[in-house]
Write a protein that binds this ligand. Structure first.
Ligand SMILES: Nc1ncnc2c1ncn2[C@@H]1O[C@H](COP(=O)(O)OP(=O)(O)OP(=O)(O)O)[C@@H](O)[C@H]1O
Ligand SMILES: [Mg+2]
Length: 365
């Protein structure tokens, strides 16, 4: 199955750029996710690739073939929507063999395909059920089966798990990935749920306001966010504001109230206003005020048990607030009001220039 390539793709609705000059390559057989807040253009990009809408400008290629002028049915693409888009008056079987029938396959061939895809989604024993008799998870599996039976080589999934409850979501998302991988399909999965994207994707493109902010493997995005937006949208980050006061041997950042910390500098000038982003789970936290070692001093203001982690809200000496997550089983919890000393690995903290529009605007979704 071929790569999918979009080049300088733009789609406007009135004055709104739903998609603003986006270029992206999705590799052959890749499970790729488009991740971003509501209204960032995910569905628009998917519908352009499927041929359900036309771009204002730009090109779309499937393999070497330019397809942006081709009708949807010539693109070998299967589309699975958030809302269950099965034909309600047809059984699971009727839905699945709809595609082969439209293609005028003979009965035997259509039956073979139908059973094959129902086997794949493990629903052969429910082939006589109507959509209303199936669970949400089952309906989505039938929707995938229907796309496969219709000969899809590329699977486009728009929030396919959005209507399912959390437990079912978790199961189905791995199943859909497994099927796509078994069948060597190229898949594009749209979601606004970062945990979902992180757990099933080979690569992810993070979108904001019609543009792709960063794309990469889940690890790359998490370990090396290229912007405050990605550091905020993927995982969680503490943002500490300050100025660069020293760039010689080490870069030194002066936070509020003259509190000085070290950082690795990607090349930002001295005296520049910056934000230091620190992941809550990378920090080490000890009880009491350190006497010898360096560290940020603070006081615990809130403790929340979240199952696998305990979440501490800490007020630093300079008034800044930090969140630190610690494994809940590993230690005795620290209590509200206790003083702590915090150390973070500087190689895992990221320094960004303070955004012109302000931090709140920059990371708003
Ligand atoms: N048919 C349309 N007419 C007018 N504006 C539209 C149309 N479709 C999308 N838009 C606008 O384009 C922008 C992108 O919409 P899109 O549906 O692609 O977002 P999305 O990322 O899929 O969001 P969500 O997560 O809420 O589904 C939004 O501002 C939306 O209002
Ligand atoms: Mg959408």
């Amino acid at each position: 199955m071929p790569d999918i390539r979009v080049v300088n793709l733009t789609k406007k609705y009135g004055k709104i750029y739903a998609l603003d000059n986006v270029s992206l390559t999705i590799k052959d057989k890749e499970y790729f996710s488009l991740l971003g807040p509501s209204g960032c253009g995910k569905t628009t990009l998917l519908r352009l690739i499927a041929g359900l809408i036309e771009p204002d400008s730009g090109e779309i290629y499937i393999g070497d073939r330019r397809v942006d002028k081709d009708p949807p049915e010539d693109r070998d693409i299967g589309f699975v929507f958030q809302t269950f888009a099965l034909f309600p008056h047809m059984t699971a079987w009727g839905n699945v063999i709809y595609g082969p029938k439209v293609k005028n396959y003979d009965q035997k061939k259509a039956d073979t395909i139908g059973h094959e895809v129902l086997d794949l989604v493990k629903l052969n024993e429910r082939l006589n059920a109507y959509p209303s008799e199936l669970s949400g998870g089952m309906m989505q599996r039938i929707a995938v089966a229907r796309a496969l039976a219709a000969g899809a080589k590329t699977l486009l999934l728009d929030e396919p798990l959005g209507q399912l409850d959390a437990k079912v979501r978790n199961e189905i998302r791995y199943e859909i990935r497994r099927m796509a991988k078994d069948l060597k399909l190229t898949s594009i999965h749209v979601t606004h749920d970062q945990a979902e994207a992180m757990s099933i994707s080979d690569r992810i493109a993070v979108m904001k306001k019609g543009k792709i902010v960063q794309s990469g493997t889940p690890q790359e995005l998490y370990m090396h966010p290229n912007s405050l937006f990605v550091a905020h949208f993927i995982g969680e980050s503490n943002f500490l504001e300050g100025y660069i006061t020293e760039t010689n041997e080490h870069t030194e950042v002066e936070l509020r109230e003259g509190l000085k910390v070290k950082a690795i500098n990607p090349g930002i000038k001295r005296e520049e206003r910056v934000i230091l982003a620190i992941r809550p789970e990378t920090c080490d936290m000890k009880r009491g005020r350190a006497t010898t070692e360096d560290g940020l001093l603070g006081k615990i203001e809130k403790v929340t048990f979240e199952g696998t982690v305990v979440r501490y809200e800490i007020r630093l000496e300079n008034g800044d607030r930090m969140i630190i997550n610690r494994p809940s089983l590993a230690e005795k919890w620290i209590e509200i009001g206790e003083e702590v000393t915090i150390n973070y690995p500087i190689e895992k903290a990221h320094l960004f220039v303070y955004p012109e529009a302000g931090l709140t605007e920059e990371i708003s979704v």
